[in-house]
Design a protein around this ligand. Structure first.
Ligand code: CIR
Length: 262
């Protein structure tokens, strides 16, 4: 089934907690407002539903401020959840809190067992390849221990580097279709996307790179008009989604869902 890396029947989301004010961030530009975060999250969930997915929104987890960024907990491939080991110490219980949900909803559950770490935000999947970006959250050991799990599901795993000041590989890139990647110039300059059509994120709009191709739609963080025009001209159906509060804690669009098909 070509295109299954951006075609989804389901998504799992987690409501933002009030403790999001304590969310991790590289630079402090003020705390997010939990009420506004919830409103923006509702817009996001509604947009995923509009794009054709059944979306389950799990209750907020106050003990884990960053748990709204559910993408980092697992990698879903072919209806199977691979539970990851998150790089940030304060986030390590988030995956465990999802085990029973995965057991109930997915066709299979695998567990990365490693002395290293992998965050879902560092993984970009095409139809046959799992690209892993090493970062402050994802280690070589974690990536190499993940390889046999994805190979078992018929994928190759390739390892790349994430630029130093960038949190996750997908903070700076997004798959737009089987041949096309939207990437910051800084990331694509490493050659990691050689062989793809690369659409450069317009200068000054680097935060738009964490876009999300979801069925026929490309979701883009609102407030990036050059990116919106560019992707529109390239024939994509673009929907801007407000992410002002997620951005304060280094989050974007892909981070807030785990997407899969059954
Ligand atoms: C963190 O630093 O872990 C969160 N504040 C943001 C996580 C964003 N997740 C993602 O890019 N996949």
């Amino acid at each position: 089934m070509p295109g299954h890396s951006f075609t989804f029947s389901h998504a799992l989301c987690r409501a933002p907690s009030n403790s999001i004010v304590e969310g991790l961030r590289a630079n402090d530009h003020g705390n997010p407002n939990a009420g506004i975060f919830r409103e923006e999250h509702e817009v996001y969930v509604a947009a995923l539903r509009e794009a054709g997915a059944e979306v389950v929104v799990l209750d907020a987890l106050e003990a884990y401020p960053d748990s709204v960024f559910i993408e980092d907990t697992a990698l879903c491939l072919k209806g199977v959840a691979i539970c990851l080991q998150q790089g940030a110490e304060t986030r390590r219980g988030e995956t465990k809190a999802l085990h029973s949900v995965f057991e109930e909803k997915m066709q299979g559950v695998l567990h990365l067992e490693s002395d290293g770490f992998v965050d879902g935000g560092d993984i970009l999947c095409t139809d046959d390849t799992v690209m892993v970006g090493l970062s402050s959250r994802t280690t070589e050991q974690g990536a190499s221990d993940l390889a046999p799990l994805v190979e078992q599901l018929g994928y190759k795993l390739k390892v790349f580097n994430t630029p130093e000041a960038v949190l996750h590989f997908k903070t700076a890139s997004a798959l737009l279709d089987n041949e096309t990647i939207f990437s910051t110039k800084e990331l694509s300059a490493s050659g990691c996307f050689d062989g793809f059509n690369i659409i450069d994120v317009p200068e000054g709009e680097e935060a738009a790179a964490n876009a999300l191709r979801f069925n026929d739609t490309v979701f883009l963080s609102a407030g990036h008009p050059k990116s919106e025009d560019l992707l529109d001209q390239r024939g994509y159906t673009v929907i801007p989604i407000p992410t002002s509060q997620a951005a304060l804690v280094d989050g974007g669009l892909s981070c807030m869902s785990l997407r899969y098909s059954t």
